[in-house]
Design a protein around this ligand. Structure first.
Ligand SMILES: [Zn+2]
Length: 124
């Protein structure tokens, strides 16, 4: 867990944007995390829909927030971007530890070897 200003870049639910402190345990991947409440809502939604129907997701988080609450969430959304960057750096470090070249890492990310090297070797 890192702090950037007053926003903690701890894992948060990618769906309701609540922190782990608010939600309890999260199931997370490098790209997203989900809390128990959101996972249970998704299961209920899938269970109630016909198998071939498109399933509408839950109301977007901002639809149920007033303006002040929406604005209060913006730093947390920005922090999620920081968290994704941290995860990406971790994966790149793992690739480098395997001896994978900067050229291949760059190719995987759609950038040049030089760009990959510069992006991931400079301090955050
Ligand atoms: Zn959630």
């Amino acid at each position: 867990m890192r702090n950037t200003g007053d926003v903690t870049t701890d894992v948060m639910c990618s769906y309701c944007l609540r922190s782990r402190a608010e939600t309890g345990r999260l199931v997370s991947s490098p790209l997203a995390a989900i809390c128990r409440d959101c996972a249970e809502s998704a299961v209920t939604l899938f269970a109630s829909a016909n198998r071939d129907d498109d399933v509408d997701g839950p109301v977007t988080p901002w639809q149920r927030l007033d303006d002040d609450a929406l604005l209060a969430q913006l730093p947390h959304v920005a922090a999620a971007g920081t968290l994704v960057e941290t995860h990406l750096r971790t994966w790149v470090v793992a690739a480098r530890e395997r001896g994978i070249s900067w050229a291949r890492i760059g190719e995987a990310l759609g950038m040049t070897r030089q760009s990959a090297w510069e992006r991931f070797t400079k301090p955050e």
